[in-house]
Ligand binder design. Sequence first.
Ligand SMILES: Cc1ncc(COP(=O)(O)O)c(C=O)c1O
Length: 362
Amino acid sequence: MTKIKPNAYIKDSPAQPQPPAENKPPQFKINLALNESPYPPSPKALEAYHETAKILNRYPNYSSAELRHVLGEKYNLDNTRIMCAAGSEQILSYIARAYIGEGDEVIHPRYGFMVYRFNIAMQGAKSVPVEHDDFVVNVDYILGAVTNKTRLVFLDNPGNPTGTYVPYSEIIRLRENLPDHILLVLDAAYAEFANEADYDAGFDLVDKHENVIVTRTLSKLYGLSGLRIGWAYSTEEIINTLLHLKGGFNVSKPAQSAGAAAVLDQDYADQARDKCRAGIEYLTSELRAMGLNVTSSVCNFVMLHFPDGRDQMKAADQHLKDCGIMVGPLGAYNLSSSLRITVGTDDENKAFINAMKDFMEK
Ligand SMILES: Cc1ncc(COP(=O)(O)O)c(C=O)c1O
């Protein structure tokens, strides 16, 4: 047995499984499991990506300067208070490492992004999940869970896996009623999909308070999951704190260039969003017509609930697998009779609905 001891809390955070590597890992014909975009990235992003291939002998810009500049212009933000990373997941882990430790309490929605729990556990802090009202986060439950040990609130808005959102007026009320020493992390990974009039990712709140950080990603609407690009906007003090954790060159050269080009190609992003929205409407109405319960979603995925419980969900998941379709079971959230379905292309959505019809008619 090795005498080398890892950090005391590492065992509390689940390890990512690493199965024996095969030359070609098995692929599903249709993958609707990971909330990715079903569309390739903008042709302009691909062109920028290929251009950088010629200069891969050089390190990337250490502060993602061009990408920060483009994001700052697009959202009218001070780009010295933007930080980029290899996925917003990386920023969430910087936040946890910088701001929480042993004995601290961290509030998050019970059905919130699973990664919060891992980061909380890794720091030896206590996870405080709060309930929802019919899968919608209720700000009063968050406020009710605050104690003198609370240091941080992780809030995915819109939420994964729920697909629901909290109106901006409620987010403002939350910040105004949280004690000042609590950091509010607004994880807006799906903000680009939520064009509801009362939704806002929260940049204004960052400017009005000293204790808000908004995290964003190019993995979803912009179709760049495979490149790993996330970013955050906060106060000078918080961004400077997180920069201590960033390391030298955390965002690759192709990621920076393709990311900037993707963000600038608004027409392409708008088309992708409209197609995803239409796909979500199609999936929701077809599944409801089969007598299944679907939570209304503003994201690029829906949560589907099976009235006959866990066995019915498991049988449906197996049937979908047999048809070459991968979806996301939600057992890790204790939602053992639910599946999360990411919107696909029109053909993929139809194939999924046909497979579900088959299953329901059996
Ligand atoms: C709510 C939420 N936040 C953050 C992320 C992380 O995204 P990425 O690390 O690809 O930027 C995801 C990914 O699924 C997510 O669902």
